[in-house]
Design a protein. Structure first.
Ligand code: ZN
Length: 179
């Protein structure tokens, strides 16, 4: 079902490195501090059924602990899993001729990392209503555009123009851990 092939995985891995750099620079997060942004990025081959969606480029799952639950040796934390939806990303690349995987993957991953950083820095709550979600989505698009604006990269301008207000970037999913 439309998984990235090995060559595409390579392209996406490079895109992830660039997206991490760009996002850390934008928020002025040092390499040491970046380790405290708790996230993981996975592609379709590594996703479970409930992590797959037909309607977005990504799904962010928040893994959190039950309120009041104590964690040995530290404070409770949230962990974010960015689940890339290979099939939806490749469908966009295939239907939109000027669109290339590398700049699109950079755009998508940067956008998702901006969400995650804003959750981690408590600039944005995870559980919000539809209106607040839309407002946050618009802010995250703006930040993504600013963060990537200085990057000189073939076909990135096309992505920045075509996807600046795209409404199907990701879905959000909450999973409360009981252990
Ligand atoms: Zn978003």
């Amino acid at each position: 079902m439309g998984k990235f092939n090995p060559a595409q995985i390579q392209v996406v891995s490079q895109a992830v490195e660039i997206a991490e750099d760009v996002t850390a620079n934008y928020f002025k997060i040092s390499t040491a501090q970046w380790k405290h942004v708790r996230y993981d990025i996975r592609t379709l081959a590594e996703l479970s059924t409930e992590e797959i969606t037909e309607s977005a480029f990504a799904q962010i799952t928040r893994y959190s602990r039950k309120p009041g639950q104590t964690v040995p040796g530290g404070r409770p934390y949230d962990f974010f899993k960015i689940c890339l939806q290979d099939h939806n990303i490749m469908a966009a690349v295939e239907r939109d001729e000027p669109l290339e995987l590398f700049p699109l993957a950079i755009y998508v991953v940067t956008h998702e990392l901006v969400h995650v950083v804003r959750f981690c820095k408590f600039l944005q709550r995870f559980d919000v209503d539809h209106l607040e979600r839309q407002e946050e989505e618009s802010r995250v698009h703006t930040i993504t555009q600013q963060a990537l604006g200085a990057l000189r990269l073939s076909r990135l301008d096309y992505v920045l123009g075509a996807y600046q207000n795209y409404q199907f970037m990701e879905k959000f999913r909450d999973q409360v851990s009981s252990s």
